[in-house]
Ligand binder design. Sequence first.
Ligand code: C2E
Ligand code: CA
Ligand code: CA
Length: 871
Amino acid sequence: MNNDTTAASSPAPHAWWWLRAHRALLPDYNLRASVYWWTMFCIGSATLLFAAWQVQALPWPVLLQIVAGGALAVVAGFFPVRIPGSRNSFVAGEVFIFLLLLIHGPWAAVMASAGEAFVGSYRSSKRWSSRLASPAISALAIALAGLLLLGARALIGEQAAHSAAVVLLTATGAAFIYFVLNTLLVSIVFTLKRAERFDARAFVASFGSIGIAYCGSALLAALLFLTVEQSGLGVLLGALPVLAMLLTTIHYFLRQQDAQETVRKSQAEAGERERAQMERHMSALHESERRFHSAFTHASIGMALVSFDGRVLQANESLTGMLGLANSHGLIDRRFEEMTVGDDHARLATALAPIKSGQSDTAAVELRFLHVGGAEIWVALACGLFTEPNSEAPCLIVQVQDISARRHAEAQLNHIAFHDGLTGLPNRSRFHAMLTQALEVLAIDDSRHFAVMFLDFDRFKLINDSMGHSAGDAFLIQVSRRLHDHVRPGDVVARLGGDEFAVLANQLSNEGEATGLAERLQAVLREPMTIGGVSVSTSASIGITFSRLGYTRPEEMLRDADIAMYRAKAAGKARHALFDSHLHREVAERMQLEGDLRQAIADGALDVAYQPLFDLAAGRLIGFEALARWNHPQRGMVPPVTFIPVAEEAGLIVDLTDLVMARACAQVRQWQERSPALSELKLQVNLSSADLAHAALFERVDRILRRTRLAPRLLTLELSENILMQRVEGVIATLESLRRLGVSLAIDDFGTGYSSLSYLANLPIDSLKIDRSFVHGMRKGSKNAEIVRAIVSLGATLGKSVVAEGIETVSQLAQLRELGCEHGQGFHLSRPLTVEQAEALLDCLLAELTELTEHASPSSFDTGLMPLVRH
Ligand code: C2E
Ligand code: CA
Ligand code: CA
């Protein structure tokens, strides 16, 4: 750094050290404190210098005395005598300073005082600001006090001043002034530094005792001075060691005292603190205990403290009230589990086990308690670990809530959900659940075999229809009571719906027990019962299946019992049938078939066969009947009599009909387009009962016709007589709308059903297809021939065309023609054909037609056609 540049920005070199000294000495002093400090330091230093100047001029024996006195003052500074009960101390050095003041005047005292103050502040403070200010202020204070003393003496006069009383008084006064000045001037430093206002009261209060110590020192010095004046300095020399010893002894004694006092005090304080803390703790404990007991006693929920070994230690009013007790006396020391009902104590033990083993702090369980009156009450227990303030062993705190109302409501809801409203028997859901449980038990214990019976009353529909619903209900109630009363204990009777009942026959040692039960039940049910004053007898068909067949699902078991029941019904009612392995295989096969059929329909893998239909009189092909064909990948051709019922039961028939109808319509439309001679080719399609019931039948037919562009008047829908009669009322509107569209309707298998003539006249039907069984048995004069004749004439009367099916022989054909039957089909005329075969037939026909047209011989058209199409 260069001097020129620093000269411009920094103070001049002579001021530089002063500033550095200032910063080092008083870094934290504000301006006023700094000014004051420096003023005191300068005046004090000047006083000290002046005093030194005065003293050095004295003769050397005097100088020696002053040095000795100063040294003593300094040494004494190392042994401050603490003033008991205060933080201030009396310094024996002051005695020598006052002695010097009395003997050799203020300047000697200034030297000693500055020395003593320096040593004292050096020991008590690390800061040079204190170490320098203390001696400077001391020097100034003692100088002023000394000068005042000299002034006072001069005022009083030399003679009087030496009287003992005046010496004592003036010395004390000087000491007082010295003390006040010294402490005041020092205090001002701190007051200014902290920028506080000077508090005279606090000043007096804090320095009072030390002021008295100063005065004491001054008195001692005055006494020594008087002694010296009378007996010479020798006395002082003799007294000095005694004084030193005395002061030292007092110093150490007091220090020891002080140390002991400090220890005692800190012990006492620690004790006091501990005691206060303990008191606080205890009062908090008492408070929490009081609160706990109040909460426990007045809780609206039942509460008990239970020991680990299960004894009731305490119980509140809510709990005793819940149990119907007047007070808790009857409960105390009783075993808690004694309150539970039946085997609920085991559930309690299970619930509490995790707490007792330390695995958990809480547990909850719902169980039944016994009320004094003998009733059961449902309670929810919430248990937790609890340690009583006055005992080390933890116990259980148990909260008990009465949940009887909730349980009761739940039980009611449960009963409603799982019981039949009419008979009170378990319903289908409940039976299903019980069956599930029985199967689960069997899976664990293979000796627990059981049977399921499916019961269906043979005449319930009759009773319901003829006697009314309330009679039907009364009947169901009576039979359900009979069933319930005659099964074995442990068996379950359920009402599945309608007149269907089921029995779960538990714990079978052999199957004969189940069939024996079925026979007993049938015997009981056969006994006549009175309903609405009328004696009614009934019977039931019962299907039985056994758990040993290896069921895993309850619905499979019910299904098989149901199948067996149908077999019983089919075998002539009022009997029972067993679901055996044969039936089981049948069912399994049927299930398989159903799955395969579903897939085939979804894939469009069914085919259609076309059986030609002829105008019998003209010998002319008029159209085809579409027949579904299923070529099963493994089984080969499956006949419609097998798969159509499967499709009907599995709900697949609507899709099947749509598939056949759409394909056949498109096919026939395509054939019609081959030649104008084929443009009037007809198509007959079979419908099943589900199609008739289907709400969108009209839309389905309409959509297919539009899509394939087949003229509606060329389509005939065949409905079997049975189907039609079952559903007649509901379907007439649909049939009429189909008729309006132009579609024709035929009754298939006519003669096998029970259609009454009145119905027949009103049905929107175009043709009757005589069932092939009648055609088969036709011999001249036979009964069947008469039936066919009757049907033909009926058709003529009603204005409906008649079709004969199943024509297998020439004679049948001849007879039908003779009877005037309009149309016909049959193996004799043509078997159902594949598309290719049908096309070959059509080709043939068209070729012949051309030939015939060329030769213009209509008679050969009549006769020559039929043999050609025979395959
Ligand atoms: P159906 O409607 O009475 O059909 C005529 C049945 O008689 C056809 O049997 C046919 O092959 C057979 N048949 C024709 N001519 C003769 C004959 O001279 N002698 C003998 N013994 N039988 C003859 P298929 O094809 O086995 O059909 C059986 C039944 O299956 C049909 O009886 C019909 O009720 C039903 N069916 C066939 N295809 C369909 C269909 O697409 N939908 C519906 N719903 N049922 C169909
Ligand atoms: Ca048919
Ligand atoms: Ca038929």
